[in-house]
Write a protein that binds this ligand. Structure first.
Ligand SMILES: [Zn+2]
Length: 398
């Protein structure tokens, strides 16, 4: 007999942008939501969980993390660690993320494919993690960034090598393909974030191969030329998008084609205004130079109606797993309504990662639910606290 749960709270926000229900109730049958409403009569076999004063939201979704890495100022210090330690560290990062109310993460670059083992361990019930949408290794042209993140890059040059690199990730179990359309901030100083990397032909090859295999493509892109090529090639999400404001026409193209922007505001903040020492100066300087661009791009994306999906880039310096919800506050500071920041981290995020079975509290969806004491629609900082309760497919995990 599947377990039946009735959850009640002061309020329920379904993640779509519809007005909240006050009070709110969710009926869960097994791993799915059976009903939502202001009040629901409990069936005789239901277990009742009352969360007075709380707001229920869909479990939050972070579209851009790297579970392999802790958020150290210089990630290379862990390069010599054995795979066993790295895997256990990854499990710890996943647990912290889940306990913060994030029931799904998209990992857009793991190390040595250890993340696929973590997902199997979660499926076997050995560890608890959020749902894991995985990219495997990042497909990139030959570049210094690969040395900064050992085991995270699959360097590929030329159309057929790119095709092979994409197929390798899918064979390993990837749900999404991550490509580098421009240089990175977190790489040796002579790798430039503003400069386009893959040619349009290489990007098209990646997209055609991934889409042909039913996988989406996420493109890391800071500089405008790389963003332009990635959008032209047909990628599904632009990660960072820092210099998008330099060509509003590209933003309009993204809005028209339904290409999502994953702004990762936390990443640049952690590097440009670090909490502590240890970030190599050549990297900090690249971050500081781009903060104004990042903010201008976020505002442009809002005004042009680009779909914004929440992502943190957790793993970059001082951007720790479990503190993902800070990103929502940053989005609100740049002009997004609190309600829309929650939508970006729920229903829009679910669409960005092609998981229409989560991200919304509605009958038939998976019962991924998180509840916080207070009203995050009135004060977004509420979601930075530890949630009162978290359900993953109907199982209470917090
Ligand atoms: Zn990243």
């Amino acid at each position: 007999m599947p377990r039946v749960l009735l959850l009640t709270a002061a309020s329920l926000f379904d993640g779509t942008g519809s007005p909240p229900l006050r009070p709110g109730a969710v009926l869960v049958d097994g791993d799915r939501i059976k009903a939502i409403g202001k009040r629901i009569d409990a069936p005789a076999d239901a277990t009742r969980i009352d969360l007075p004063g709380a707001t229920m939201l869909p479990g939050l979704i972070d579209c851009h993390v790297h579970l392999s890495d802790a958020g150290l100022p210089d990630a290379t210090v862990q390069d010599q660690d054995p795979p066993s330690l790295r895997t256990l560290r990854m499990a710890d990062h996943a647990r912290r993320t889940l306990e913060a109310g994030f029931t799904t993460v998209r990992d857009v670059g793991g190390r040595d494919h250890l993340e696929f083992g973590l997902r199997r361990a979660a499926a076997l019930g050995l560890v608890r993690t959020p749902r894991l949408v995985l990219a495997g290794k990042i497909v990139s042209m030959t570049t210094p960034g690969a040395a900064s993140w050992r085991g995270m890059y699959r360097q590929a040059d030329g159309v057929w090598d790119v095709v092979k690199a994409v197929r390798e990730q899918v064979a390993a179990g990837a749900d999404v393909i991550k490509v580098m359309a421009t240089g990175a901030v977190l790489a040796a100083g002579h790798e430039r974030p503003g400069v386009a990397q893959f040619t349009t032909a290489e990007l098209r090859a990646a997209v055609e191969t991934a889409h042909g295999l039913g996988r989406r493509v996420a493109a890391h892109a800071h500089g405008i030329e790389g963003i332009r090529r990635a959008v032209e090639a047909g990628v599904d999400t632009i990660e960072h998008g820092t210099h998008l404001h330099e060509d509003p026409g590209v933003a309009r193209e993204m809005a028209a084609r339904g290409v999502f922007l994953v702004p990762t505001l936390k990443a640049l903040t952690g590097m440009a205004t670090p909490e502590g020492p240890g970030i190599p100066e050549e990297i900090a300087a690249k971050a500081r130079e781009r903060k104004g661009d990042r903010d201008a791009t976020f505002r442009l994306a809002l005004s042009e109606g680009v779909s914004i999906a929440m992502g943190t880039d957790a793993a970059t310096p001082f951007n720790r797993h479990g503190e993902n919800a800070q990103e929502l506050g940053m989005m609100v500071q740049l002009g997004m309504a609190a309600r829309d920041a929650i939508v970006a981290a729920t229903s829009t995020a679910a669409r960005a990662i092609a998981r229409e079975d989560i991200g919304v509290l509605a009958p038939g969806k998976l019962a991924d639910i998180a509840a916080w004491d207070g009203d995050p629609l009135a004060d977004i900082e509420v979601v930075r606290r530890r949630p009162l309760a978290v359900f993953l497919a109907g199982d209470r995990v917090v």
